[in-house]
Design a protein around this ligand. Sequence first.
Ligand code: ZN
Length: 495
Amino acid sequence: MKQTKARKTDRLKQKKAVRKKKGLVIALMTLIYLVIVAAAAVIIDDRHIEITVFGDEDMLAEAGESFADPGAEAFLTGNLFGRAKKPVEMHVESGVDTARIGDYTIKYSAEAFGRSAESYRRVRVRDTTPPVITLNREEGYLASWLVGYTEEGYTALDSFDGDLTDKVIRTETGDAVYYSVADSAGNETKVERVIEYGISEPMIRLTGGETIDVGADFTFTDPGYEATDESGNDLTSYVQVTGKVVPNKLGSYVLNYTIMNERGETASASRTVNVVAQPVPETIMPEQKTIYLTFDDGPSAYTDSLLDTLARYGAKATFFVTNLDPDYVDCIGRAFREGHAIGVHTLTHDYYTVYSSDQAFYDDFLAMEEIIYRQTGSYTRLFRFPGGSSNTVSRNYNYGIMTRLAQSMTEMGYVYFDWNVDSGDALGGAKSSYEVANNVATGCLEHTANVVLQHDTKAFSVQAVENILRWGRNNGYVFEALNENCFTAHHDIAN
Ligand code: ZN
């Protein structure tokens, strides 16, 4: 009995063990199966990231204009479940700069579940837009047959290069104007303007009025005029002026201005020019005893030492200069800078040349005045006639010329000086410094205002100056330079 029971128990145990073994095998088989199925699913599903680039993958963008990326999208997808697409986050790297011509790449990339993908777009930035030329038009403007077409203006603008107006090439033919310009990329624009001509009434406008007073002078400058037509064409250069102003002769002169257009229509204007005398400077007599040393005919080799002497005494003098020795022309500038007065004497000192005619005198005078200007930087109003205003030598060449010149030069605002003390160094017979100094001292005893005639072309006269200065100072005289308001010591005119 016991045996049977025991056998039964063993059999049961054996059965149980077999069942257990079977279960393990099944589980193992199932696992293997599932792994195979899963691997197959992954392989069959082919899960990955897809990027779709919208629009062209190779795009052309216009330089200078804004560029809009058409964009792209990314999603995760596979073969199973009907290829459902699951959007994933995408990165875009774009360096497109339409301010610079060049080739650019936009990179689109995405990453998810260990998968990644990237895609690209090429963007070529180019300037393909030609510049725009805009022509200005003036309302009512018609070109004149007389003066041609007057440009009404234009501008050239380029979307990339900006303002190209300065680069416009303009060609004008009789009836058209052609404008062309190219931008830096070589895009060219050409436009044409057809010129419309017309004839309208001419008009003249005077600047400065129909009646003017001008001070007598060597020259007259018209205050100006303008001629135009109704279209605003400038016809000024077609104005004819008749009549004449003699600027250094007092009087009333009429100038006529006329313009005629292509139809023979005229416009005219006239102007009365009154040449009036310049005001004569007031003469102010000195209260203190004064000596105005004046030196004619220089500068010369002696002028520098004369200036040294004057400087030592702090004395001022006046130089009526010539161009007889151009080597010493610098002395004019030095004398001026050291406070002495400079006046015109004559360029040539040749009586025949200077007094042959009024105009000859003026020419000689103005040439010397110009030399003074170059040395001093200013024009002088002071002068002394060659031979003085009382000379009779001019009578040999031109009767009455001194009377006329004294008047006209005064009317033009110049002040001439003669002298009331003659040092005698030229025609007075003085031959030594002693005689010169003596003559001056004697002469100066007679007046308060003394205009002394000397010549700095004479060594003995220049050498007398130190004694004259010493004597004058010891006797209460001051030494001054002449100016427009000084005593002129005029002589009686004898021609
Ligand atoms: Zn002289």
